[in-house]
Ligand binder design. Structure first.
Ligand code: GLC
Length: 582
């Protein structure tokens, strides 16, 4: 076999692209170092503003006086509005009250570092005057300001990176238009449409030099991984530093440049860069009836939950028809900015630590911390009733100080736990950040996600189960490949004494929706909904309920999940029966 020279080897290593690219698609080679350098401002940013604004905003989620269910930007489809009726609505698009400076300043004051605006959503209307269509701000309206140019200038003024959202599906383009009301996205002239997209994307780059190109609508069946890779390469050639989201290809497979969990937050750090998008209420586009404003507490805690896992939060506001924002959004963003301003490093310097998620909140370490020296942030969401907060797993005797707002708090070491006395402290609004200084041996990696076992539990392990189901198999000690509701893990267990047990699962599950689980033992059944929690790489413990087992001796126990979605990631390692006192 031919030996590779060192030079050839280092060249190869240097040019390996970041993994997680699907089978056939090939993107331009880029060294890990170059990729990380290109991504650095983004991974440092933590917080950005998403804006959904288009012709749909003029309807505010209502058609002919009636509210239309679901997201407002989908009104054309869910309201079954024909293109003949929908297209002329663009004439009403007149963002006279759009104040770019005000929007961007609100983002800046909120602590956001970038924004992404829908330059073309699924409806196909373009927020800039494109030479390639008349369905845009130029020809289809009487409004003649360059709103993207105004926003870009305001972003430059405030030091905010400017990003553009662009939908792959396009209900207006002739290649897809006619059948949209049938809830299908046909494709009649893919080559022509791809040329149109490329032309439009080049216009956006030439005119507004976006720092991020944010795609969507990748689920349509005529769009493939290869199409995505081709488009990605085309854009990188036009704008080498631009960051492109994974929906440029197929989001389930493609993870470059960053993943885009939507309305959900993964349970732990991921093996790729990611940004979770959420809205300040429910709909992305403005919807009159949507007053489901998230509380400031929910928003601040969401931001924390995301950044401690290494992600960014892209938080959406849907401006009203005239381009002004709903008042509530200013309040929400202002509250978040006010909170961040009190402890900015707890957001911008937070780094994931592989430790159990405390029931009272979250923890992260300050960037640059190591086992010798560093700082741990404890974000308290739920104030302990006895005023004592327990941080598990900081090696005994090594914690140097715990401070809140510059004041030292009494601490006590108990085994590998640190008890912090909060009795003299008033909780901050939304989340209280404590700082734990440590030296010489913060031993968090020793904290297991597992239960603190007492020795009297009944434990069923996946690698000891009879697994039945076509794809079900062991990955390490965990059962993965759950596909059908009939897939099951089965054990014969021994009930040593009658008693009541609390049943807990050690599992990892990543998906937008919860999944059901059914456990049967001794003629009884326990059913529960399992939230998305953890991941196959970082399992979590979850209580699924209590069960009484009174027949001493052998019992057959089976466990089944509901049918998981194809893209869900589900892994089961252990079932615990923890005795509970009567
Ligand atoms: C979904 C919706 C879309 C929204 C987007 C935000 O894909 O189709 O309306 O723009 O999510 O991530």
């Amino acid at each position: 076999m031919k030996q590779l020279s060192n030079v050839a080897l280092s060249l190869l290593v240097g040019l390996v692209t970041v993994p997680m690219i699907g089978k056939s698609a090939e993107v331009l080679p880029e060294s890990d170092a170059a990729y990380h350098q290109r991504m650095a401002w983004f991974t440092d940013a933590k917080f950005g503003l998403f804006i959904h604004y288009g012709v749909y905003s003029t309807l505010g989620g209502e058609w002919k006086g009636e509210p239309v269910p679901r997201y407002a930007e989908w009104i054309q489809r869910w309201g079954k509005i024909t293109p003949e009726e929908y297209i002329p609505l663009a004439a009403d698009f007149s963002p006279d009250a759009l104040d770019a400076d005000q929007w961007v300043k609100a983002a800046k004051d909120a602590g956001m570092k970038y924004m992404v605006i829908t330059t073309k959503h699924h409806e196909g209307f373009c927020l800039w005057d494109s030479a390639l269509t008349e369905y845009d701000l130029g020809e289809a309206t009487t409004f003649d300001r360059d709103i993207l140019g105004e926003l870009k200038a305001a972003c430059d003024k405030y030091g905010i990176a400017f990003g553009t959202y662009y939908s792959i599906i396009d209900w207006h383009h002739p290649s897809q238009r006619a059948e949209q009301a049938l809830n299908r996205t046909p494709m009649r002239d893919k080559a022509g449409y791809v040329k149109y997209m490329k032309g439009q994307l080049k216009e956006l780059i030439d005119r507004y030099d976006p720092a991020i190109m944010w795609f969507d609508g990748d689920w349509t069946d005529w769009w493939t991984m290869d199409d995505g890779a081709d488009l990605y390469n085309y854009l990188r050639a036009l704008s080498p530093d631009m960051i492109i989201n994974n929906r440029v290809a197929k989001r389930k497979e493609f993870k470059k440049d960053f993943g885009t969990p939507e309305n959900f937050t993964p349970g732990a750090a991921l093996d790729h860069n990611w940004e979770a998008c959420w809205t300040v209420n429910h709909s992305w586009g403005f919807k009159k009836s949507d007053t489901n404003w998230k509380s400031n507490e929910v928003l601040v805690q969401k931001l924390i939950d995301i950044v401690v896992k290494g992600g960014n939060l892209l938080l959406n506001v849907g401006p009203k028809a005239d381009g002004s924002w709903p008042d509530a959004a200013f309040g929400q963003l202002g509250a978040m900015g006010g909170w961040i301003a009190q402890c900015p490093d707890a957001i911008y310097e937070a780094e994931f630590v592989a430790a159990a998620e405390p029931a009272w909140g979250r923890i992260a370490q300050r960037r640059g911390s190591d086992e010798q020296n560093g700082e741990l942030f404890a974000y308290v969401f739920q104030w302990p009733e006895n005023g004592k907060l327990k941080v598990r797993g900081v090696t005994a005797g090594r914690i140097q100080a715990c401070t809140y707002d510059g004041k030292a708090l009494p601490t006590k070491t108990e085994g590998t736990d640190t008890l912090i006395d909060l009795s003299g402290v008033k909780p901050a609004d939304y989340a209280t950040v404590l700082r734990l200084q440590y030296a010489d041996g913060l031993n968090l990696s020793n904290v297991s996600y597992d239960l603190e076992l007492q020795g009297n539990e009944l434990i069923l392990k996946a690698d000891e189960a009879a697994l039945s189901g076509s794809g079900l198999k062991l990955d390490g000690q965990a059962a993965v490949g759950w596909k059908q509701a009939s897939d099951q893990a089965k054990w014969t267990m021994n009930i040593p004494a009658p008693g009541k047990f609390s049943v807990k699962l050690l599992y990892g599950y990543e998906f937008r929706k919860p999944i059901s689980v059914t456990l049967r033992v001794g003629g009884q059944e326990l059913k529960a909904e399992l939230p998305a929690k953890g991941s196959p790489e970082n399992l979590k413990i979850m209580d699924i309920g209590e069960i009484e087992l009174n027949d001493v001796g052998d019992a057959v126990c089976t466990l089944q999940f509901g049918r998981p979605a194809a893209e869900a990631r589900l892994s089961l390692k252990t079932v615990y029966f923890v005795p509970v006192a009567d």
